[in-house]
Design a protein around this ligand. Structure first.
Ligand code: ZN
Length: 389
């Protein structure tokens, strides 16, 4: 019999910090007890044998184009919306959805509708107001009003900086967006974080540094992403983090992009950790459902493929397996750190009272064996494909 009470027995719990072998009891979508040995009596419950596995928080993905993205090679290159089962198969239980380059045929009403549809399937889906464009396009006419009035909106993004597809915002324009987001966040109990799409122009992070030094916008208001698209930008990210800023790495890439200078997420994480940047200031996101350009052997544009949300867990596995970083530190970049960045205290941790969004990973391969989202075990057959290195 299936119940909504679930006991996970004897797993090695990474919360994301290592709290050892524990039993974890889940009821009504929440974690209700963590202990050495839990044996509920007088109630019926399901059990998952966690022995030989890590129990970790469900992944929090700070950037997914949940309602589809792309379109940068014409209408035929638009990408489809995210499927909830693809997220579960990839271990992602919380997504932050955003528009991208296309805010003409894509809009916030559709983004919110998609987030709500995903929620009805058990995925914790949130969204951002704004898009690449400045002045920022919103639902109600203002960033501040959007954040206060629309529960799913957590912040703004992706606002494009140093990219030919953006609007080349001035420092004052960026500071205005940051201030409105901060005020809207304060009024609604949200972070109001502004996710910045970093392009590859030499401008780099200079406009953000100026916006936070010339105006009263804290450096923590910004979350620059795609910071691993070039070594030069990543090195700027190290300096930015040393000033207290957060950086976000993109895990979706292609061999062609890597040949052009893109650093895979695990490689870039190794650079940041080696430079002493703590996991509390680094997050990774998949940029799922974005379009990735593919070129033929002569370097000619061939078409686009869809950025996989599964790239997130692959880079977690690679950072631990190939670069030998502690699992707790690597996990923090896809659980506790993004949860803190977006002010989602119910997410990103295994603790009593938190939402029951959990993964079981094989102790050796870090392959996902179970995804539990909103307290329900998600039986997802695509999972096998995800875990292949
Ligand atoms: Zn982007």
């Amino acid at each position: 019999m299936s119940t909504d009470i679930l006991l996970i027995r004897g797993a090695h719990v990474m919360a994301p910090e290592d709290i050892g072998i524990r039993d974890v009891l889940i009821a009504c979508g929440r974690i209700i007890a963590i202990g050495d040995t839990i044996r509920p009596s007088g109630i019926s419950f399901d059990t998952i044998d966690g022995r030989g596995r890590y129990l970790v928080p469900g992944l929090v993905d700070s950037l997914v184009h949940i309602s589809g993205g792309g379109g940068e090679g014409g209408f035929a290159t638009r990408t489809p919306p995210l499927i909830a089962n693809a997220a579960f198969a990839a271990g992602v239980t919380t997504v932050i959805g955003a528009l991208g380059t296309d805010d003409v045929t894509r809009n916030h009403a559709d983004l919110l509708g998609t987030a709500r549809a995903l929620r009805s399937q058990g995925l914790s889906a949130y969204a951002l107001t704004g898009s690449y464009r400045v002045p920022v396009r919103t639902l109600t006419g203002s960033v501040r009003d959007d954040l206060v009035l629309i529960p799913e909106f957590l912040g703004v993004g992706e606002v494009a900086v140093a990219d030919h597809r953006g609007s080349q915002p001035t420092v004052a324009e960026l500071a205005r967006i940051g201030s409105d987001a901060l005020a809207g966040g304060l009024l609604s109990g949200k972070s109001g974080t502004v996710l910045i799409h970093m392009g590859d122009h030499a401008t780099g992070l200079a406009p953000l540094i100026a916006a936070s030094s010339e105006f009263a916008v804290p450096i923590r208001q910004w979350l620059p992403t795609h910071i691993n698209r070039q070594r030069r930008l990543l090195d700027e990210g190290v300096l930015w983090a040393r000033q207290g800023g957060r950086v976000d790495l993109t895990t979706s890439t292609t061999p062609e992009l890597i040949a052009a200078g893109d650093l895979p997420g695990a490689v870039a994480l190794d650079v940041l950790f080696s430079a002493g940047i703590p996991s509390t200031q680094v997050s990774m996101s998949s940029d799922g459902q974005a379009s990735l350009p593919v070129f033929d052997e002569h370097g000619r544009f061939k078409g686009l493929e869809i950025a996989p949300i599964s790239s997130l867990i692959r880079d977690v596995q690679s950072a631990v397996r190939d670069f030998r970083w502690p699992l707790a530190d690597v996990l923090a970049t896809v659980t506790s750190t993004p949860a803190e960045c977006w002010h989602l205290p119910q997410k990103g941790h295994i603790r009593v009272g938190a939402d029951a969004d959990l993964l079981l990973l094989d102790h050796d391969s870090l392959e996902i064996t179970h995804t539990i989202a909103a307290g329900v075990s998600r039986d997802v057959f695509e999972r096998r494909a995800v875990a292949q290195p």
